[in-house]
Design a protein around this ligand. Structure first.
Ligand code: GLU
Length: 322
């Protein structure tokens, strides 16, 4: 059982549900903190239910203690959620049922080609010219109607015209099939769903209606909406994609960048400086001022969120340490 102290008693009935969905594959960094704190603050301001879903499907990368560390970091930030944490790995049957449904609609096929073989097939002169047709070169002649071989990768046949959608922060979005990597993987040869399928099945099962996360997953929303439609899941969620936090050299913060780990600022001190920096990034304050999560919640206004990515500067790191 995981620590329960982040769990909040229900108050007035929620009209929407959102989720915090950390992957416990490494220490959370300041970019993760920004997304989770903003997701939480939008949800608490709007009276949405918040579930905590730990995305632990990639078992080879989830080592002992990582799930507990991830939950403690969220609690250290002052976040809470409604109900016990859900572990994605606990509910494997649902993913297989979804694959059977996709197979009966002939939307998936097994494919054991390597990346190199796929590129060669896509670039062959007989390959279709149109984006959506190019992947025909790797599809079997007959698309099966049963999900039979879970030890092989399975790919999804996307819509000719992937759905357009309105992101609440980033505005109207439309992606072409080639921007979405054509026939993307929904089942991996590890005998487990891919990220794209697992997120859709679990969001639907938990009745998630509001998804708030980093802008790096904006194109994934188009893939995920195709899966919602192919699986007949309603209602479709509303998306809010947040700007990313970049390092001074313009890269997206990554779990391997040590001085951006939240844990490196949480030893023997409270979260007030990290929250203060997030408040400035969110446009809530103009210069970083230490503050508690409840002071931040009072002051936060989603309308001041920036659209552009944000740079984590050396002086910010110094301020966090001061
Ligand atoms: N677990 C994913 C991550 O940490 C987020 C998935 C999602 O929000 O859809 O990047």
């Amino acid at each position: 059982m995981y620590p329960q102290s982040g769990v909040r008693e229900p108050q007035i009935p929620a009209n929407h549900t959102t989720r915090l969905a950390p992957s416990p594959t490494g220490a959370l960094h300041l970019g993760n903190a920004f997304s989770f704190v903003i997701n939480w603050a939008i949800a608490r301001k709007s009276n949405w239910r918040i579930i905590l879903r730990i995305e632990d499907l990639d078992v080879s990368r989830v080592h002992d203690g990582m799930i507990e560390d991830c939950i403690s970091t969220l609690r250290w930030l002052g976040l809470d959620w409604d109900g016990a944490p859900i572990l994605q790995s606990q509910r494997p049957d649902r993913f297989e049922q979804a694959m059977e449904k996709l197979a009966s609609a002939r939307r998936v096929y097994p494919c054991d080609l390597s990346h190199k073989q796929i590129q060669a097939a896509l670039n062959a002169p007989h390959a279709g010219e149109e984006d959506a047709d190019r992947y025909k070169a790797i599809r079997p002649e007959t698309i099966p109607d049963r999900f039979t071989d879970p030890g092989t990768s399975w790919r999804f046949i996307p819509d000719q015209h992937p759905p357009a959608f309105d992101d609440r922060l980033m505005g109207p979005q439309r992606f072409g099939p080639s921007e979405l990597d054509g026939d993307f993987i929904v089942w991996t040869k590890r005998d487990a769903p891919s990220y794209q399928l697992a997120v859709v099945v679990d969001d639907h099962a938990s009745e998630v209606t509001q998804i708030v996360r980093g802008r790096d997953l904006l194109d994934s929303a188009a893939r995920q909406l195709m899966l919602y439609r192919a699986l007949g899941y309603t209602p479709e969620p509303t998306y809010t994609h947040l700007p990313l936090i970049l390092s001074a050299d313009g890269r997206r913060l990554a779990k391997r960048d040590l001085d951006t780990h939240i844990a490196s600022y949480s030893n023997n001190q409270g979260p007030e400086r990290v929250i203060g920096l997030i408040a400035r990034w969110a446009g809530t304050t103009t210069k970083p001022t230490p503050m508690s999560i409840s002071e931040f919640l009072d002051a936060f206004d989603p309308d001041t969120l920036p659209l552009d990515d944000i740079v984590f500067r050396e002086e910010d790191a110094q301020w966090l340490r001061s």
